[in-house]
Ligand binder design. Structure first.
Ligand code: AHG
Ligand code: MN
Ligand code: MN
Ligand code: MN
Length: 336
């Protein structure tokens, strides 16, 4: 008999009963985020038939031109989460400061950070994109401030993403492994399809934007050259390459079949540690990857141990199959 598939709601209720990892307020938060992702998926799927493609004619705090879907997704997540009483505040790639829950609503104990639309350069060409989210507890004290968000990634209580691809799939951890749910559009609910995603320790597949090769630091250049040398080279095996330019899609592939993803520091912007953002891209993805048996560093230390100093700070990201991430990290540390 095929295993009875359960919904996200039933999975969260059972997890709450079993090990208390998901207090009621956190369960409510995760269900609201999932519902918001369903709405974003619906907007994404309209494409040219909805008014969702192209640019919005504005710039975000990162200095990026905002796409219409960046703003739509941001608004969907804010409107879905502000009234439920589970959150004190939110922060987003698309907003300058934090968004405090308005006084007309009850204040909760959680902080929600998100990249509402990841992979924006793929929106208009119908390639997989997604939403990334990270949940932390608000530190004790009455008021909420930006400082409350500046906690290292190991303080997360939930992290996940929703990938809007051929399937709409939600991937989530609350600290007890990584679960995957696929949206059943007829029923309108996310259905559990995998309970313990694991990343093989070894891989033959690397993901990096090769056009930046001339800007990389030596350890990264050495690692990729060795991969490109194939079985005749020091690695003794051939490698394959993938680069989707949506972190969500690249990480989803790695959680599904292994691989190493790198967006390292490069000398195009030497004063920035990297392109990706720590609070709502690197931290949630790093926790998911570690929960699936992989590793995630900035070349020198574990991403989840980094102490943030600002909301939108950037970080160099090396994550995925543990043995490959360890190798690249050792190259950075001069241990090999
Ligand atoms: P976002 O669309 O949220 O700004 O993030 C895009 C990020 C990430 O999703 C992806 O891995 C990376 O940018 C791609 O960068 P390049 O276009 O430089 O390859
Ligand atoms: Mn962006
Ligand atoms: Mn992003
Ligand atoms: Mn984004």
């Amino acid at each position: 008999m095929t295993q009875k598939r359960i919904s996200l709601t039933q999975y969260l209720v059972e997890q709450q009963r079993v090990d208390g990892l998901i207090p009621g307020q956190l369960r409510l938060l995760l269900e609201v985020v999932a519902r918001a992702c369903k709405r974003i998926s619906h907007a994404v799927n309209k494409g040219a038939l909805g008014d969702v493609l192209g640019t919005a004619g504005s710039e975000n705090v990162q200095g990026e031109v905002q796409k219409k879907l960046d703003i739509i997704a941001n608004e969907v997540l804010i409107e879905a989460n502000e009234w439920g009483g589970h959150l004190a505040a939110m922060a987003s790639e698309e907003m300058d400061g934090i968004y405090q829950v308005p006084n007309r609503y009850p204040q909760g104990e959680y902080l929600l950070m998100f990249d509402p639309l990841d992979g924006s350069s793929n929106i208009d060409v119908n390639v997989s994109i997604g939403t990334i989210f990270s949940v932390m507890r608000k530190p004790e004290g009455a008021a909420v401030s930006e400082q409350d968000f500046l906690q290292p990634g190991h303080r997360q209580v939930a992290a996940g993403y929703c990938v809007y691809g051929p399937q709409t799939t939600l991937v989530l951890t609350v600290g007890d492994g990584v679960a995957m749910f696929t949206l059943d559009r007829e029923m309108g609910s996310f259905v559990l399809v995998e309970e313990h995603m694991t990343i093989p320790a070894d891989t033959r597949e690397f993901a990096i934007n090769m056009s930046n090769m001339r800007h990389w630091d030596t350890p990264v250049r050495r690692y990729i050259d060795e991969c490109l040398a194939g079985k005749e080279g020091p690695r003794g095996k051939d490698f394959n390459m993938r680069w989707i330019a949506s972190m969500v899609a690249d990480v989803h592939r790695i959680l599904t079949r292994g691989g190493i993803f790198m967006y390292p520091w490069d000398k195009r912007e030497p004063n920035k540690p990297g392109k990706l953002r720590l609070m709502y891209e690197a931290n949630p993805m790093a926790w998911l990857v570690e929960q699936a048996g992989g590793a995630a560093t900035n070349g020198y230390e574990r991403i989840l141990d980094l102490q943030p100093t600002q909301l939108h700070e950037r970080v160099s990201v090396i994550l995925g199959s543990k043995n490959e991430v360890d190798r690249v990290t050792q190259y950075h540390q001069g241990k090999e």
